[in-house]
Write a protein of this length. Structure first.
Length: 367
């Protein structure tokens, strides 16, 4: 796939005043869409999307007069220029059926979606997104039963059509969730997955967790095969047990991830970066501090630090001593500031991870 663009909507821009001077405003794009523009008609732009892992996604329809900017040169696009766009979820065929739809307005689009892919995600003009099943549609509003965790709300949410600025017609995550709802009673936690919750310094991280399978543990640390939101292996990490607040072994979410893993394995997309084969689990578990102390300066590493507002950090180790180390942070495919970390504050260190592989490939290509 060529000619990728990055699209930011008016609704997804955050404005900040510098100091107390309201005349000086900084605009930050907090989220965006990436993909290939397929068509522009009837006031709507059709985008064949690409996710942040470089996988082909579904078709996204964006209201043209709500677009803040369309860019063809950004750090993210620079990365995609050096990698191949993959289609592990066979989206090309699904996308083609969506592209064949005939429509002249948003109502027509939603009629097509209701007939073909009733589980959708829409964004409205204040930046709020809604995901759920369409239950009722007329020319003024659409009603959906919103996804709430791993179930649907009991009562529908009413969304005026005039407020909708973007809709995702056939995303893989929505497809998988809809298929799970049809088979929900058939799954429990046979794979012995866990949700691990951590002790963070700041309350804004409360409730954050990792989900996956514990591969090995001792009194001080454990090794977790961590999963992404689609049930794929995203990392293998050493976690310091003293930073764990609790571990959940039974939940609706874990049942759902049992379904996702089964689907991904059947689709041959469970471990796309072959992380399971990159780690030797024999011998004693090294602590996060021991891993950092031995980590090469030119290899990207991912850590989680309990004392930062944004605890997950990718970067290069640039200095270290017996109690702490410095990390040059990699953000948006750029080397940024240096942050300092004490070993005692580390929640986890990834031994291998998809993010690490992606960033390593980028900095080696970019020099």
């Amino acid at each position: 796939m060529n000619n990728l663009v990055q699209i930011t909507l008016n609704a997804d821009q955050e404005q900040y005043n510098i100091g107390d001077d309201e005349s000086i405003t900084f605009i930050d794009a907090s989220s965006y869409y990436i993909g290939k523009i397929i068509a522009k008609k009837h006031g709507w732009l059709t985008l064949e999307s690409v996710d942040q892992d470089g996988n082909l996604g579904g078709i996204v329809f964006i209201k043209e007069d709500q677009i803040a900017k369309i860019e063809n040169e950004t750090p993210m696009l620079h990365y995609f220029a050096i990698t191949n766009i993959k289609d592990p979820f066979h989206m090309k065929q699904s996308n083609q059926s969506v592209l064949n739809w005939d429509f002249t307005n948003l109502y027509d689009l939603l009629v097509n979606i209701t007939d073909a892919h009733p589980f959708i995600t829409v964004e409205v003009n204040n930046g709020t997104t809604y995901t759920g099943v369409i239950t009722q549609l007329d020319k003024n509003e659409v009603r959906i039963l919103e996804r709430n965790g791993n179930m649907l709300d009991q009562y529908p949410t009413v969304i005026p059509l005039k407020d909708i600025v973007c809709l995702d017609a056939n995303s893989i995550d929505n497809y998988l969730f809809l298929q799970y709802l049809k088979r929900k009673g058939n799954y429990n936690n046979k794979l012995e997955l866990v949700e691990i919750y951590f002790n963070y310094t700041f309350d804004d991280q409360f409730g954050n967790f990792a989900i996956g399978k514990i591969l090995k543990y001792d009194e001080e640390n454990l090794i977790l095969e961590s999963l992404n939101e689609l049930g794929q292996v995203e990392s293998i990490a050493v976690i310091s047990r003293k930073h764990i607040s609790h571990i959940t072994e039974e939940s609706d979410r874990l049942n759902y991830f049992n379904y996702l893993i089964k689907w991904q394995k059947k689709n041959n997309s469970f471990d796309p970066d072959y992380l399971e084969h990159s780690i030797n689990l024999s011998g004693e578990i090294k602590s996060p501090a021991e891993i950092i102390e031995e980590w090469p300066h030119d290899r990207v590493i991912k850590i989680c630090d309990s004392i930062y507002h944004y605890p997950d950090r990718l970067g290069l180790v640039v200095d270290r001593n017996t109690e702490s180390f410095d990390l040059r942070i990699l953000t948006e495919y750029n080397l940024g500031d240096i942050s300092d970390h004490e070993y005692d504050d580390l929640i986890s260190v990834d031994l291998a991870g998809s993010d690490m592989i992606k960033m390593q490939r980028f900095i080696e290509y970019d020099g």
